[in-house]
Design a protein around this ligand. Structure first.
Ligand SMILES: [Zn+2]
Length: 246
């Protein structure tokens, strides 16, 4: 399974695949690490001849950890026979995969997909996940730079997939939007309480309002209502003054 192209392509997007193997069967060592030259650094390194990309120590340590899981890990059950396969959920739940299902990419993918449906929210494939995280990073950087429009546009791109997001991403998006709202509100306070004359303040606050005009699926940022109310009042001032004077 680990060298099946269909399964590799699917698993890279949808699961974390882990292999544990103590390197011995029935007390008899079945393979040993081999030494090779790193093609880039030319340094010698020990690698596993059975599982490309791993060292034997890694798959041996993992095998030991399955029997004696550290805090927070799922407890994988005992099963006769090699290989045996387990699905571990984010809450540590462990279910055995029957060997008949584990032997065929199609059925293994089906079993794993069904298992994932047990969890709240929707699984987010890795490429999407990486894309969202980049948008969060870009948005956060824009917030730091005071580029509200750029930040809101970045979060808006995550929000465009609102219905497909996992709960963790929904929460993260809400936190990011709240942080942006707070920063814009602070800027608004700075401008309206500043020493500029009324006309300059109105201009600056209208510009700020223009930066945060993008609506998310949850609506406008809360600060937009405050900005609109202030602008309405400020814009009405010259008209009300003569009325007040009579
Ligand atoms: Zn090995």
């Amino acid at each position: 399974m680990l060298d099946n192209d269909d399964f590799i392509a699917w698993s890279n997007e949808n699961i974390v695949a882990v292999v544990g193997h103590n390197g011995a069967v029935g007390g008899k060592e079945d393979h040993k690490p081999v030494t090779e030259k790193d093609p880039k650094t030319k340094e010698e390194r020990e690698v596993c001849p059975v599982y490309p990309g791993l060292t034997c120590k890694e798959h041996q340590d993992l095998r030991a950890a399955f029997s004696n899981p550290p805090d927070g890990w799922g407890k994988i059950g005992q099963s006769d026979g090699v290989p045996n396969h387990w699905m571990v959920g984010p809450d540590g739940a462990c279910d055995k995969v029957e060997n008949k299902d584990a032997a065929l990419p199609k059925s293994l993918i089906e079993v794993l997909t069904t298992f994932q449906k047990r969890y709240e929210g929707k699984p987010v494939p890795l490429k999407k996940w990486e894309g969202y995280n980049k948008l969060f990073t870009d948005g956060g950087k824009a917030v730091e730079d005071g580029k509200w429009k750029v930040a809101l546009a970045a979060y808006g791109k995550v929000d465009a997939d609102a219905k497909k997001l996992s709960k963790g991403l929904v929460d993260k998006l809400a936190a990011k939007a709240a942080e942006l709202n707070e920063k814009v509100a602070a800027k608004f306070t700075e401008l309206k309480d500043g020493s500029d004359d009324d006309a300059a303040k109105l201009k600056a606050i209208k510009a700020l309002r223009g930066e945060v005009g993008q609506k998310l699926s949850t609506g406008f940022l809360p600060v937009v209502a405050d900005l609109d109310a202030w602008i309405k009042e400020a814009a009405a001032k010259p008209a009300t003054e003569p009325a007040a004077a009579k």
